[in-house]
Design a protein around this ligand. Structure first.
Ligand code: CO8
Length: 374
């Protein structure tokens, strides 16, 4: 007998600090002045290229981003440091990402009208985890007193949707009866704040989703998962090479090549048509026509990207209600973007309304879930 699975609750945790484009650009430009002064002779001799200024107007126009949240603001805006300063924690203390994960997980459980006793599978899925093991998911499971199992997953920007697919499959197969999928996106330690092309892109956040069998769910807002679709296609256009092998390679584990970098223009051009085609095919396999979908909770990397994808899908612009944009407030939060959009814009849907959660990004990877409000 086929089991119906629902998303029964979602939770969002905003970090305590916020950085506007203006603040970020001011610190970047101060760093440029320092850099260019340090290399003044080489620049004059033509052997070193002067760094150009960044601009808040460019950032908003090119991406739609106006601000981002930061787990720690200290250090990030200091031109002599250009990275967050996060106090280290001992092995007996709760880790940073587990703390972020717990904050969102508790909100998702509350929204689902569930307690940790109803959960037996915890997936922490995001772009980076702060250590290899023990899994952040197991630390979260322990902190919540959940009996069952947990594991971490890394699929860059599609980490959330790919984990939701794992959760749906586990519930349908009967290997879990309640699943927490959590995305503690602590992106700031990997951002190269000295790279004009990417210093503005990312923000920190944490999101969580509770999934369970439809016959046990009791929350006021439930979304039946009608189908899931995951797709990957290898590309070098978005890379983060940081990894444990750097120690044996005698390379700087924190050098620019090991931090996030991308060919943003290429990504934009290649991923938009892929995402539109992916979504069109996904809804079609479920016998659903694109115009009958009321809400598109799309990945939040770039406002212009989302507008292009929606135009390809609908043949027109979407209203803000049809395809909510949250990246003006949050920036790109890796895998959490579409889940933030879902968290903030789902309760107004009516019974029977259809929606699609979709992510796209590094890998390349694209993931989607088609849902119907119960
Ligand atoms: N200020 C002023 N000017 C700038 C700046 C700046 N900050 N940056 C670039 N410019 C200049 C360029 O030099 C260029 O100048 P010129 O025309 O003279 O050469 C001009 O502006 C235009 O540059 P671009 O063509 O690069 O600008 P775009 O319009 O393409 O916008 C974007 C750049 C916003 C990056 C855009 O290309 C984009 O958003 N692309 C999509 C990228 C995307 O979706 N990537 C996914 C990344 S996330 C992911 O997959 C996983 C990440 C995991 C988490 C990572 C955490 C760290």
């Amino acid at each position: 007998m086929s089991v119906d699975v629902v998303i029964s609750g979602a939770g969002l945790w905003r970090p305590p600090h916020r950085i506007t484009n203006e603040e970020l650009v001011a610190s970047y430009n101060a760093w440029v002045d320092l850099h260019n002064a340090t290399h003044a002779d080489a620049i004059a001799a033509g052997t070193h290229e002067a760094k150009p200024y960044s601009s808040a107007e460019f950032i908003e126009k090119a991406s739609g981003i106006r601000s981002r949240y930061a787990y720690q603001k200290t250090g990030t805006l200091d031109p002599a440091r250009m990275r967050p300063s996060i106090p280290p924690r001992g092995e007996d203390e709760l880790s940073h990402q587990a703390e972020m994960a717990l904050a969102a997980a508790r909100r998702a459980l509350e929204a689902a009208h569930r307690s940790p006793a109803d959960i037996d599978m915890v997936i922490v899925s995001c772009a980076y985890t702060e250590r290899a093991y023990p899994a952040i998911a197991i630390e979260v499971q322990h902190a919540l007193g959940i009996e069952g199992f947990g594991f971490d997953m890394l699929v860059a920007c599609s980490a959330a949707t790919f984990a939701l697919q794992r959760a749906v499959d586990a519930l349908k197969a009967g290997s879990a009866r309640g699943v927490l999928v959590i995305n503690p996106e602590l992106t700031s330690p990997q951002i190269n704040y000295c790279d004009r092309d990417s210093h503005f892109i990312f923000g920190d956040v944490s999101t969580a989703v509770v999934l369970e069998r439809a016959d046990t769910a009791r929350s006021p807002h439930q979304y039946q998962v009608l189908g899931t679709r995951a797709q990957t296609l290898y590309s070098n256009n978005i890379r983060s090479n940081f990894g444990y092998v750097a120690r044996a390679e005698d390379t700087d584990p924190f050098g620019p090549a090991n931090l996030f970098h991308q060919n943003g223009r290429k990504v934009f051009k290649e991923v938009c048509p892929m995402a539109a085609e992916h979504l069109e095919k996904h809804v079609a396999t479920l016998g659903i026509e694109v115009p009958s979908v009321q809400r598109w909770w799309l990945h939040q990397a770039n406002r212009n990207m989302n507008e292009l994808i929606i135009r390809r899908l609908l043949g027109r612009d979407a209203s803000p209600a049809e395809a909510p944009i949250v990246l003006d407030e949050f920036a790109n939060t890796a895998s959490a973007g579409s889940i933030i959009a879902f968290c903030l814009h789902h309760e107004d849907l009516q019974s029977g309304d259809l929606g699609v959660i979709c992510s796209f990004g590094a890998g390349y990877s694209i993931g989607s879930l088609v849902v119907r409000k119960i």
